[in-house]
Design a protein around this ligand. Sequence first.
Ligand code: AMP
Ligand code: ZN
Ligand code: FE
Ligand code: FE
Length: 283
Amino acid sequence: MIDLHTHSYFSDGTLSPSNLVKQAENLSMKAFAITDHDTTDGLDEGLRTAKGKNVIFIPGIELSVTHKPGELHILGLGLKNWEDNPVLKEINKNRKIRNLQIIDLMNKKGLGITYKDLRKQTKGTIGRPHFAAWMVSEGYVKNINEAFTQFLSWGKPFYIPRETISLQTAIEFIHSTGAYAIVAHPLNIPVNFSALLEKLDYWLSIGIDGIEVIHSGTKRNMTKRLLKFAEEKDCIITGGSDFHGKNKPAIKLGKTKNFGPILDRFLPEELIIQNNTPSKNVL
Ligand code: AMP
Ligand code: ZN
Ligand code: FE
Ligand code: FE
């Protein structure tokens, strides 16, 4: 079993990086990646905890990039260096501007939210999922999904867009860290399948290295069709659950939508080779 897409409490997951590594080890996973939204802050802890354990730790990240329609997320897998980076600083500056605007909007409607209410939920990136969790905890909505569908999604009262980076910037940033750029959960993009393949084809031509074919949100028949396309393109193929701990309780670590294991064959060879020659020294 492997899992190349997980979130820790450095973004909108609920577990620490150490806890995630321990769970991966308990499940006898061959390899496992932490891919927090727009931050590398959990990677040192993950790498340190995985040292000497029987699981390959793959440092990762998930970036949101400008795209219409829907959201386009790009995974960076196999980061070799993750020192302070201007691209991540810029993303998080824009996030903060947007988050403060949402707080203003909510307070104008009398909700009484503070930045601290959000800050205490995460050690790293703050995003809409934290607003959603706060609305649940205050009893404004029943669950996170309701918070999104009624208030936080595009066109809803508390939706404010944030400035995102371009796909090209994301690819360049990921490559600059020594990682591979992978299109995350492509089937979440709300276009028909043939339009999606055209998009993927184009993205592969401008520097995308691979496609996350296995994902807990993807049905088996669509996974098969996407796998066939990715094999024909001879690109990197990865698999991950998109585990978020208690924030998305229906998703299980290392598991597909039907709770089958994500198989070792979806661990690309490139990432194993790279892992054997880490360039970053961690105590
Ligand atoms: P942000 O990047 O702060 O704008 O927040 C976007 C994140 O919100 C995405 O990465 C998703 O994880 C999450 N999200 C978006 N729509 C929903 C939804 N309907 N239910 C739960 N989470 C969602
Ligand atoms: Zn997330
Ligand atoms: Fe995503
Ligand atoms: Fe994710």
